[in-house]
Ligand binder design. Structure first.
Ligand SMILES: Nc1nc2c(ncn2[C@@H]2O[C@H](COP(=O)(O)OP(=O)(O)O)[C@@H](O)[C@H]2O)c(=O)[nH]1
Ligand SMILES: [Mg+2]
Length: 380
């Protein structure tokens, strides 16, 4: 093992090959006056707004600027991210205290239709409703399937509502970050009910649970197999189970499914301390049960606020978010080095061939953090 001299660390600044991109970008904060009036100086089709323009526009509830601010936080370009953080930091103290609701369930359960009905119910009562989705698969399918405006035609045209499809962007972690930051922007723009839809696959329910106050699971009746297929883990995340499509010939089946879920819920740990998860019926299509559903959410918010559970949940969520970001940042920084990537490729071959145990391989890679390995990758 060769230990590199400490002076090698001095070269670290040479690592940032992205520098040219950052420097040449129109969106860099710090010189707004110079940027004004020079639209398209980098050949970009639209001038990047200044931090003040984003902040003022979002706070004023300007829908166009809100949309562009979300696009900014969704961008992976380092210059955009820097500006985005400036905007988010300034907006943080100006948020409305919104009710954040997560909605999960299998495709076809009626989540989007329910959001359309609930959203309309709320805007009619003076609420401002923002809708988004967490759909990590959207980058694979090439477009967002969730938060799709086709099921939410009325809400999409409602001036008191704002619908933003799932960010399409790689990992679940990346999508989660963008969605959390989008929620901050929604709240700074004065939206007081935030609805986040996610499909019931993989880890996305847990991710949405970690960013909302209240989480509901939308189910269908009359599907015995489906009932079996619902993971106990997902039911234990839910503050409410909604048996949808309780209309027409499906009504009776929905009622017996409701009774059955009530029984099952007795044996499960509730998702929120001091709150009993119940099962209710709805017909999103006819708008039935939607007002009652909002009443349940109101009860929940009052209870959780009074008991302090809401405040501690939100604080826990912020802390967990911080830890996630640090973990991801470390990973990106470390695995982003050429020397680490080269070593990783080598070790992957070794472990796949059974030459080195994975644990030993991981240790030797991680040792590159502490043994003074040059951050500069000229040695690789
Ligand atoms: N009969 C009935 N159909 C519904 C109801 N809610 C949704 N649907 C229908 O179920 C299908 C799937 O709905 P959608 O909202 O897209 O489900 P999602 O995939 O969970 O978002 C659509 O054809 C809806 O019209 C309901 O309450 N009753
Ligand atoms: Mg949907």
């Amino acid at each position: 093992m060769t230990r590199k001299p400490d002076s090698g660390g001095k070269k670290s600044s040479a690592l940032h090959v992205r520098k040219g991109v950052v420097g040449g970008h129109d969106g860099l904060p710090g010189e707004p006056a110079a940027r004004k009036g020079r639209p398209g100086s980098t050949g970009a089709p639209r001038r990047v707004l200044t931090a003040q323009e984003y902040i003022g526009g979002v706070r004023a509830g300007d829908r166009v600027i809100l949309g562009r601010a979300i696009t900014l936080i969704e961008s992976n370009a380092p210059a955009h991210q820097e500006l985005a953080q400036e905007v988010l930091t300034a907006l943080l103290p100006h948020r409305t205290e919104a009710v954040r609701v997560g909605i999960t369930g299998v495709p076809g359960a009626g989540k989007s239709t329910l959001i359309e009905a609930l959203g309309g119910h709320l805007t009619a009562r003076g609420h401002k409703v923002a809708v988004t989705a967490v759909d990590p698969s959207s980058s694979l399918s090439g477009g967002s399937i969730l938060g799709d405006k086709t099921r939410m035609e009325k809400l999409a045209a409602d001036p008191a509502a704002f619908i933003r499809p799932s960010p399409s962007g790689g990992t679940l972690g990346g999508v989660a970050r963008k969605t959390r930051e989008t929620i901050v922007l929604f709240e700074a723009a004065g939206y007081d009910v935030i609805l986040v839809e996610t499909v019931g696959v993989g880890q996305s329910e847990a991710v949405v649970r970690s960013m909302v106050d209240f989480f509901m699971l939308v189910l269908l009746a009359g599907a015995g197999d489906e009932l079996q297929g619902i993971k106990k883990g997902v039911m234990e995340l839910a503050d409410l189970i909604v048996i949808n499509k309780a209309d027409g010939p499906g009504r009776a089946a929905a009622e017996s499914a409701r009774a059955e879920f009530e029984r099952i819920l007795h044996y499960l740990r509730p998702a929120t301390e001091g709150w009993r998860t119940r099962a209710v019926l709805s017909s999103a299509l006819k708008g039935e049960g939607v007002a009652a559903l909002w009443d349940v959410i109101g009860d929940f918010m009052r209870t959780a606020r009074q008991s302090g559970v809401l405040a501690s949940r939100r604080a826990d969520q912020e802390r967990a978010w911080l830890r996630d970001l640090v973990r991801e940042g470390l990973e990106t920084m470390f695995l982003g080095r050429d020397s680490v990537r080269a070593k990783m490729a080598e070790l992957e071959k070794d472990v796949a061939a059974g030459r080195v145990p994975a644990t030993a391989a991981a240790r030797s890679l991680l040792a590159m953090i502490s043994t003074g390995t040059r951050i500069s990758d000229t040695d690789s």
